[in-house]
Write a new protein. Structure first.
Length: 201
C-alpha cells in the first residue's frame, strides 16, 4: 500500500489495549488485548511502517463498539473489511465464521462442511490461524469436534474468557461440556451451505 493509506490506532477496553489497522477499503487488522497501548500498536507499525497513527469518525465509532463488546454487551460488527490479500478459501471460511451467532460455537469440521469442503477441517484451522481480524471475524467461536477449545494463537485462556463473555459457556463451567453437547445437537441437523456473497473488499 502507498504511504499514508493505512491508519492505525489503539482502543482501551476492559480486557486491555486492542490495536486496529484500517485502509480506505475497510478494517485491515486487529491485535487482541495487550497490556499497553504501545504493545497493541507495535505489530501494526512493524507491518505498516508508513502508517498514520490516528482515527477518523468511522474508526472512532468502531472503537466504541469494541469497548461495549468487551464489557459484555451484544454488538454487531458490520464494518467493511479490507481482505484484499486473502485467498478465496480464506474468504469463504471467514464469512462462514462471521455468521456464527453470539453465544454459539461450531467445530472446524462443521465450518468445512459449510464452505463446501467437508474433508478440509485442517485447512479451516489454517485459515483461522491466518485471520487478521479476530473478534470481528469471531474465530474464537470455532472449537474442536470433541468440545475442546482448540487453538487461538497461543491464547486459549483468552478464548475461554471470550466464550464466557458471550454466554457460550458459563463461569466455572469446563469449556468442553456445553460445547460438546451443542455439537451433538448440531450434528443431528444438516449444516446449511455458507453464503458465497460477502461484504469483504
Amino acid at each position: 500500500m502507498e504511504r499514508g493509506e493505512v491508519t492505525v490506532t489503539a482502543c482501551r477496553t476492559a480486557f486491555g489495549w486492542v490495536g486496529i489497522a484500517a485502509s480506505p477499503r475497510g478494517l485491515l487488522a486487529l491485535i487482541l488485548p495487550q497490556p499497553t497501548e504501545e504493545d497493541a500498536l507495535r505489530p501494526l507499525l512493524a507491518r505498516w511502517g508508513l502508517a498514520r497513527v490516528g482515527e477518523d469518525a468511522s474508526l472512532a465509532h468502531f472503537k466504541e463498539k469494541l469497548r461495549r463488546y468487551f464489557e459484555g454487551q451484544e454488538v454487531t460488527f458490520d464494518e467493511p473489511l479490507d481482505l484484499s490479500q486473502a485467498t478465496p478459501f480464506q474468504r469463504r471460511v471467514w464469512q462462514a465464521v462471521r455468521e456464527i451467532p453470539r453465544g454459539e460455537t461450531r467445530s472446524y469440521g462443521e465450518i468445512a462442511h459449510l464452505v463446501g469442503a467437508p474433508r478440509a477441517a485442517r485447512a479451516v484451522g489454517g485459515a483461522l490461524a491466518a485471520n487478521p481480524l479476530p473478534i470481528v471475524i469471531p474465530c474464537h467461536r470455532v472449537i474442536s469436534s470433541d468440545g475442546g477449545l482448540g487453538g487461538f494463537g497461543g491464547r486459549v485462556e483468552l478464548k475461554r474468557r471470550l466464550l464466557r463473555l458471550e454466554g457460550a459457556i458459563n463461569e466455572g463451567e469446563e469449556a468442553g461440556n456445553r460445547c460438546a453437547s451443542a455439537l451433538t445437537h448440531e450434528s443431528s441437523t444438516t449444516p446449511r451451505q455458507a453464503s458465497r456473497s460477502t461484504s469483504f473488499a
